[in-house]
Design a binder for this molecule. Structure first.
Ligand code: 13P
Length: 249
């Protein structure tokens, strides 16, 4: 059975004090959860080590990492630094990194390999723009993002990877993918993993849906056979909403 995960990506939100309060509230509600999904939170870099002291059952993720291991890269944060804060996961290839910071598939592949070799578990994001979907290119875009982003990763390493499908048109827009649209793409991704890796990698891969996921629509998304949880943005900033999504499983 593959792992079910609900992860909260806080993006560039919360001061350290607010973030610590939110983490404590998530940890408290997690203890009362009614589902068996693993709960992960991804606060900003500045909060990681403090938040790590406040959580136990909830697991810690960073939102990004550098593509180089160390050296003269002012302002950047390496996977090893993240690991030293207690972070276990790292989000790589979020659409905001791709679009705002021009991170391309090759760079993301470099980050993936470095994160894995350091011992972090990457949550690798993919997703198409609205224009790409409307032009019927959605599957080509996802195929390219995965084929290049996951290039030269071993089958063993793939056991540590989580994939998140986040259609860009659904992120922060309030427009959620329909359960059928999510299932169609998740199935496509799982089939692609058979071609790129193996049947076992595909079967075991946790594939999360992200984009305007809320307590009111989570259950119907998670009911799909190939949707193994969610990567939550806005709704992860309120502990009650976030745990309501977890409990939608
Ligand atoms: P929203 O849930 O705010 O749409 O954000 C999704 C997301 O980008 C999670 O990484």
């Amino acid at each position: 059975m593959r792992k079910k995960i609900v992860a909260g990506n806080w993006k560039m939100n919360t001061t350290l004090k607010d973030g610590m309060e939110l983490a404590q509230a998530v940890e408290k509600l997690e203890k009362e959860k009614t589902s068996d999904a693993l709960v992960i939170i991804a606060p900003p870099y500045t909060h990681l080590s403090k938040v790590n002291e406040l959580i136990d059952d909830v697991k810690l993720s960073a939102q990004n990492c550098a593509s180089e291991a160390l050296g003269a890269f002012t302002g950047d944060i390496s996977p090893e630094m993240l690991l030293s804060t207690g972070a276990e996961y790292v989000i790589i290839g979020h659409s905001e990194r791709r679009s705002i910071y021009n991170e391309d598939n090759e760079l993301l592949n470099k980050k993936m390999k470095l994160a894995l070799s350091t011992g972090l578990k990457p949550i690798f994001c993919c997703g198409e723009l609205l224009e790409e979907r409307e032009a019927g290119k959605l599957f080509d875009v996802i195929r390219e993002q995965l084929a290049v982003g996951l290039k030269d990763i071993t089958i063993d390493e793939m056991g540590k990877v989580v994939i998140a499908y986040e259609p860009v048109w659904a992120i922060g827009t309030g427009v959620v993918a329909s359960p059928d649209q999510a299932q169609e793409m998740h199935k496509f991704i799982r089939d692609l993993l058979i071609d790129l890796f193996s049947e076992q990698v595909a079967e075991d891969m946790t594939i999360l849906y992200g984009g305007s996921c809320k307590p009111s629509n989570a259950a119907e998304l998670f009911a799909n056979p190939d949707v193994d949880g969610g990567l939550i943005g806005g709704a992860a900033l309120k502990a009650e909403d976030f745990l309501a999504i977890v409990n939608a499983y």
